[in-house]
Ligand binder design. Structure first.
Ligand SMILES: [Zn+2]
Ligand SMILES: [Zn+2]
Length: 125
């Protein structure tokens, strides 16, 4: 059974416009760039709702928040599985990395994901 993915999130239609996939720290040995799945600043009320919304962990099905606020900053990011502090097998698991990759593939517009589009972003470290 497939548990919640980002596009099944009840608030997805409203938070979609804020999704921001950002490449960082290119791992040249594997010719693979790493990504963060973030959300740009959204209205306070919407941000609160998105963080409070619980959906099933993609690995174990436990009810969790997949849109999370980064400590201290308040910026939001996406994580499809239980936090590392709860379950390493969920956060480091195959289901979580597959979902993460598929969101990156669908929504990232960086020049490594979309080489035919030419450079569209600055490389960040
Ligand atoms: Zn889990
Ligand atoms: Zn990319």
């Amino acid at each position: 059974m497939k548990f919640a993915a980002l596009e099944m999130h009840p608030l997805w239609p409203r938070i979609k416009g804020f999704l921001h996939v950002e490449p960082y720290g290119k791992d040249t040995s594997r010719k693979k760039v790493r990504h963060r799945i973030e959300f740009q600043e959204m209205p306070r009320e919407l941000a609160d709702k998105a963080v409070e919304q619980k959906v099933p962990c993609i690995n174990c099905g436990r009810s969790i928040s997949v849109v999370r606020a980064r400590h201290g900053e308040g910026s939001l990011y996406y994580s499809p599985a239980c936090p590392q502090t709860e379950s390493l097998s969920c956060s480091r698991g195959r289901a979580a990395s597959d979902e993460y990759e598929s969101v990156v593939l669908r929504f990232c517009q960086c020049r490594w994901c979309r080489p035919m589009w030419g450079p569209t972003v600055k490389e960040t470290r």
